[in-house]
Design a protein around this ligand. Structure first.
Ligand SMILES: Cc1cc2nc3c(=O)[nH]c(=O)nc-3n(C[C@H](O)[C@H](O)[C@H](O)COP(=O)(O)OP(=O)(O)OC[C@H]3O[C@@H](n4cnc5c(N)ncnc54)[C@H](O)[C@@H]3O)c2cc1C
Length: 255
């Protein structure tokens, strides 16, 4: 059963880890990343690598942990593929568009052909400006009360138009054309650890949009207890300067 996250009333747009399997990465009480299933462990990574020598282990020793770090350093990636992580994601449509560019995964998504869209939109609390140097980046905080009003009005108009089209008898698959990119969608995302490393490397990076970075951090947080050695080795090699303090990841990944 999927458990829901609670609205974070303490600080808007702050991610919340409400219990062990679900995170509200955008902190608006709507967004969510839920770990549906994790199969496999660091032991399976070691066994996949050691099968070359006909060996099998049941628990990780110091030597095995070193082996995992060796595999990581030498791009020996296939031992990280004998496992599966499945997540249920609720995110704005524009985050989903970026996400689904990662093809080496499996996806199934809610269809607004069949389901009527809810009045659920992502409304940022902080408005960033484009970064002057890095064209892929944005930052800071624009202090202008009109922005929230402009955004809210646009959402209201869109929802009114959507409902009016449905009321006029238009099918859902056409009426959805007026929904904005910040409409929430839901999908199941299933990956293996190798593919997760790749996703995290690209989507935790500074060039990635802030919102998808927040989802990537949530994936890392939920996957870490299942593969602490492998994800620790990955982090050490690929993201040495990455701040693990969010969600207390430094304790899980031994930084
Ligand atoms: C910061 C950022 C900005 C981006 N901006 C844009 C943008 O402006 N416009 C845009 O269109 N996209 C953009 N992208 C998406 C990007 O081009 C990739 O599509 C996305 O990051 C998925 O990466 P991937 O193909 O490596 O992953 P996956 O699709 O998961 O593939 C994993 C790996 O499998 C291999 N592979 C998969 N498919 C093929 C194939 N057909 N041929 C050969 N090898 C394959 C490659 O080695 C690949 O790295 C952006 C991505 C990032 C992170």
């Amino acid at each position: 059963m999927i458990e829901q996250t609670n609205k974070n009333s303490l600080q808007p747009n702050t991610p919340t880890l409400t219990e062990s399997i679900s995170i509200d990465p955008l902190g608006d009480g709507i967004s969510s990343v839920t770990l549906v299933r994790a199969s496999g462990s660091d032991v399976d990574v070691v066994n996949a690598a050691r099968v070359s020598y006909g060996k099998y282990v049941t628990e990780i020793t110091e030597k095995d942990a070193k082996l995992i770090h060796y595999l990581m350093r030498h791009n020996h990636t296939s031992p990280f593929e004998h496992n599966q992580l499945s997540f249920r994601i609720k995110c704005p449509l524009y985050v989903a568009r970026q996400w689904m560019r990662h093809r080496m995964n499996s996806y199934n998504e809610i269809s607004y052909r069949y389901v009527q869209a809810k009045d659920e939109f992502y409304q940022p609390r902080v408005w960033r400006a484009p970064d002057e140097v890095n064209k892929q980046s944005s930052g800071g905080s624009i202090d202008n009360p009109d922005i929230n009003a402009t955004y809210a009005q646009a959402l209201e108009h869109a929802m009114k138009a959507y409902n009016a089209l449905l009321a006029a008898g238009v099918c859902r698959e056409q009426a959805r054309g007026v929904l904005p990119m910040c409409t929430y969608t839901e999908f199941i995302f299933t990956c293996n650890l190798h593919s997760l490393f790749h996703f995290l490397k690209l989507r935790l990076g500074q060039g990635a949009q802030h919102e998808i970075q927040m989802y990537a951090q949530a994936l890392l947080r939920l996957a870490a207890p299942h593969f602490p050695v492998s994800l620790g080795a990955w982090k050490e090699l690929h993201m040495p300067g990455f701040d693990l303090s969010l969600y207390g990841l430094e304790k899980l990944l031994g930084d």
